[in-house]
Design a protein around this ligand. Sequence first.
Ligand code: ADP
Ligand code: MG
Length: 731
Amino acid sequence: MSENPYLAHLKPSKGKSDKAGFHGLIPRKTTAAQAEALENGTHNPFTDRAYSAKYQKILVGRRKLPVHAKRDEFLELVHNNQFVVLVGETGSGKTTQIPQFLAYDELPHLKGKQIACTQPRRVAAMSVAQRVADEMDVQLGQEVGYNIRFEDNTSPKTFLKYMTDGMLLREAMSDPKLSRYSAVVLDEAHERTLSTDILMGLLKEICKTRKDLQVVVMSATLDAGKFQKYFNDAPLLTVPGRTFPVEIFYTPEPERDYLEAAIRTTLQIHASEPEGDILVFLTGEEEIENAVRKITAEGDELIRSQNAGPLKVVPLYSTLPPSAQQRIFDSPPPPRQPGGTPGRKVVVSTNIAETSLTIDGIVYVIDPGFAKQKVYNPRIRVESLLVSPISKASAQQRAGRAGRTRPGKAFRLYTENAFNKELIEQTYPEILRSNLGSVVLQLKKLGIDDLVHFDFMDPPAPETLMRALELLNYLGALDDDGELTPTGELMSTFPLDPQLSKMLIDSPKYRCSNEILSIAALLSVPQIFLRPNEARKAADEAKANFAHADGDHLTLLNAYHAYKTNNEDPKWCYDNFLNQRSLKSADNVRQQLRRAMENHDLDLVSTPFEDRSYYNNIRKAIASGYFMQVAHLERTGHYLTVKDNQVVQLHPSSCLDHKPEWALYNEFVLTTRNYIRTCIEIKPDWLLDVAPQYYDLSNFPNCEGKRVLEKIISRRSRADEDERKHKKRRT
Ligand code: ADP
Ligand code: MG
């Protein structure tokens, strides 16, 4: 053990065996005072270096956070309980401090263990890890790191890891006891994401045999009783927030256009309300960028005409690059001249700002009452992101963001009656509104066969589970008894949706794994084609240069190849309306997927480009993963999805310049109309070849597509018959 004098109190006390300590190696008897002595010292126990001045400065602020006052109580609870539930107001210091409390308590680096803190959102994991690295005076990616899909910013030294809940679940597949962790903190548990729900069940199971594993479940708003009961009557620690009253305003009439109303309200506040920053909740990137532009432009007008203070408008959404995200923590702009009207910061954000990230200084909140949410309809097997009304709990949480620094105001852009009568109490857990294909594959891989009796906090609908099993069976991942096949085993190792991993695994068969790797990567990153409002026509023309007549997957591939040919030149990307960051990240994803392919001895091959089957092979490989996402063009001129008979249209963004009879799609988009997005033309023969079980016409609903397939089948059997006769004659 280290001879560091600051650690003396952590050595095993005499006469007590290691077993006596709850965590084995080092009996954890630290008190807040002892841990604070370590923090106050001159010497960082995690790096053996002297603390910097920046560290000391941040420490002063950390001591003022509400969780700090509860440190002793928290340590007492974790020393005596395997599960602890913690509820504390957003901004009270849960995410940044609690994992540190655990770290100073058990010094996991001395025993080769790690502490994991899960986040539902990638942005939160990255941003909080950076903050905590600063707070602990270490370099991000060294002692403190983060791990999100396709981005592992950790090192062998890492002992505190912020990660998405999905990544921890993934780790469990190769390390079913989560043996590298001494503690797992499940943060934002109220969000009830699919992965958090599964992790909760898993951790309950793991903890039965791993008594040395500490679990802390945290949230800002939680039905604490339900969580305590689920975790074997775990104790609850509540951290009272330091919140100020928030006055709530409703609109007298429903708003027709919430975006327009949100922009108008922002400008009204800026023109007439005293100092204080504004937080506006919107639903997604495009809408947010749009609002940022309009507020900035109209704000300039206000500044000119009414001598209002300067405005700094910053967006926040998950695909924003980290440096741009950091701007939400900037101070508001200074007055234009000394003594002039103070400036104001406006943050326009998705749900991220609801609980995941705390922005200090917010006094006004604008809540249009919507968020993008996943919905799943197992009957027609469609999962889609849909802008839908939020819950009452969300609305309360949003309003609370206004009372962090002083009394605030929340402007709800809906009527009080709508709040009372139309909003549901709590958002439904994601497990009740998702396609479970991926999760069921992961659970099978984890050896959990009896899905019906898995200890779900809220069990998914049986029909949804059935759909997942059916999907995996058609993909060849599960056999008819529901057992994982070697293909399924292989599929589960890729951090991708089952269809995508099936397409990758099959691609060597079609001699196009190099190209399919690129396509899989391009489908896993934010859209590469940019289409700014002010330059739509130019953007469309640029995209047309990459267009492939057979469809969008191939268009993506063309653009990627051109990007590589042009040496990944940022200027070239800019000139061609391509999102360079997306392409760069696709490149990175591709490398990781390629390594995974190599590790599993999957051949990396291409059909020669001159060969006429080059593009057909690629399309066949795509079909071998996505044969369940196909639509047939009916004589009436609209598409019907195969087997589910849903009326759909090609998405206007598609580069297909004609309506192919058979279209394979990557995504079903529900809006006012049903669209299929990212489409390629395919041949019906391929469907019969890649998925004969799925295209078994004896259990096929009636539609024109079925009749076409029937004709192909009878033509094929006639041909077979002829061949047999022919052979007979020859012998
Ligand atoms: P909680 O998880 O309880 O909502 P956090 O631990 O995320 O609270 O944040 C506690 C406080 O730490 C915030 O109120 C804010 O003052 C500060 N903080 C967090 N992240 C940052 C950051 N990136 N930059 C500056 N301050 C931060
Ligand atoms: Mg938090």
